[in-house]
Design a protein. Structure first.
Length: 81
């Protein structure tokens, strides 16, 4: 499986968060920490599993804490391996 692009991950994650939080995707600030958007730690675990399955990447849950925004997480997932 090829490494996804940053915009691809950003778009998917923004749409996923919008559905999860029941808000329009335009309201998701990709530079805001996920917890400030209302994402719980249990939801972070589920999002991690979905990202791993969807994009075939290994993503320790701790990486969600080290890269707490949509923007930084997408950059981390598409960065050098």
């Amino acid at each position: 499986m090829s490494v996804p692009s940053g915009p691809e991950i950003t778009d998917w994650l923004t749409g996923h968060l919008a559905a999860l939080l029941e808000v329009p995707a335009e309201e998701i600030d990709v530079t805001a920490p996920l917890d400030s958007l209302g994402v719980t730690s249990m939801e972070e675990v589920a999002i991690t599993a979905e990202l791993e399955a969807r994009y075939g990447v290994a993503l320790p849950v701790a990486d969600m804490r080290r890269h707490p925004t949509v923007e930084s997480l997408a950059g981390h997932l598409t960065g050098p391996r």
